[in-house]
Ligand binder design. Structure first.
Ligand code: 13P
Ligand code: SF4
Length: 310
């Protein structure tokens, strides 16, 4: 038996013993996606966490995702294979600075992207993900001033598509801001037939070059539905694992970062490994914990999102 087969068997065995479910984001390493019980974007993973009967959720994603699962399911044990798997957007929005920003805009309704800490969610009126942000903001009364945090790129995109004037917090995803416009233009030149599909966390100059913009799940669906046979994919390349399976006959190209770096791979997401997944199912650590008062305050805007999402 190979080391990998033994590892996968150990994980399957632990899953049964713990009555655990493994949830994975599309940006995880292929071998983690392959062993997951469910793979999805942030919205789908939240919905899955809210509805699972498992006692343990092993969340193969980043900290804010596992934290969201814990907010929704306080009675369950939620483990994250690597506790250092953070997110530059969440880091860009410290809760105390966000409280000051809110205090400067006391009449504003606060919409926060799910990529933020529980302490920021607790200060928000509504949570959104990249797949429902435009739709949710459109549902708000037109005369309601809205503050949007923490992603300025997603915020600008929502602004454009909802027709609403949003007050933006200046956070950014270091991964999606690393894509090189020059490399994208070169790829477009070499492959004029290819469609450019992009995640809304990318900068505006890149989104302007995109034929389709959407969350990770929407990009996957688009690659299947579109008559195009080749795609230039402007998001974390972990998504290519699922995309290749769904459209095996289509050509998929990822875009390098500025200076040709491979910084388009999320360093936080990639901290999780099969070994760490096995270990966290074994020890049930590191587990997500939080103050109950924060959890309860953070739950309300997440539940509002789930109720408003179509
Ligand atoms: P999705 O909700 O599109 O999966 O995005 C999550 C994320 O972190 C993108 O960087
Ligand atoms: Fe955060 Fe960006 Fe990584 Fe997504 S890709 S988890 S937004 S750092």
């Amino acid at each position: 038996m190979s080391a990998d087969t033994a590892l996968v068997e150990a994980i399957e065995q632990l899953k049964r013993e713990r009555n655990a479910v493994v949830l994975a984001h599309y940006y995880q390493e292929p071998e983690i996606q392959d062993i997951a019980d469910f793979i999805g974007d942030s919205l789908e993973l939240s919905r899955k966490a809210a509805n699972t009967n498992a006692d343990v959720i092993a969340f193969c994603g980043v900290h804010f995702m596992a934290e969201t699962a814990k907010i929704l399911c306080p009675e369950k044990t939620v483990v994250l294979p690597d506790f250092d798997a953070g997110c530059s957007l969440a880091d860009d929005c410290p809760a105390d600075e966000f409280a000051d920003f809110r205090a400067q805009h006391p009449d504003h309704f606060v919409v926060s992207y799910i990529n933020c800490t529980a302490a920021v969610k607790a200060q928000s009126d509504l949570i959104c993900t990249s797949s429902n942000a435009v739709d949710l903001v459109r549902q708000l009364p037109e005369d309601l001033p809205v503050l949007f945090a923490p992603d300025r790129n997603l915020g600008r995109w929502v602004q454009r598509h909802s027709g609403r004037d949003l007050t933006l917090w200046p956070g950014r995803c270091a991964v999606h801001e690393a894509f090189s416009e020059e490399a994208l233009l070169q790829l477009k030149l070499e492959h004029p037939e290819a469609e450019v599909i992009a995640h809304p966390e990318c900068e505006e100059n890149l989104l302007d070059l995109a034929d389709f913009i959407g969350s990770t799940s929407k990009l996957l669906i688009h690659a299947q539905k579109s008559p195009a046979n080749s795609f230039i994919v402007l998001t974390e390349p972990g998504i290519l694992h699922q995309m290749k399976q769904r459209v095996p006959d289509k050509t998929l190209m990822d875009v390098p970062g500025t200076d040709g770096c491979s910084c388009n791979a999320c360093p936080h997401m990639r901290l999780n490994t099969l070994e760490k997944l096995r270990d966290c199912l074994d020890t049930l650590e590191p587990a997500i914990e939080m103050e109950e008062s924060i959890r309860v305050q953070a739950l309300a805007p997440i539940e509002r999102m789930l109720a408003m999402s179509r």
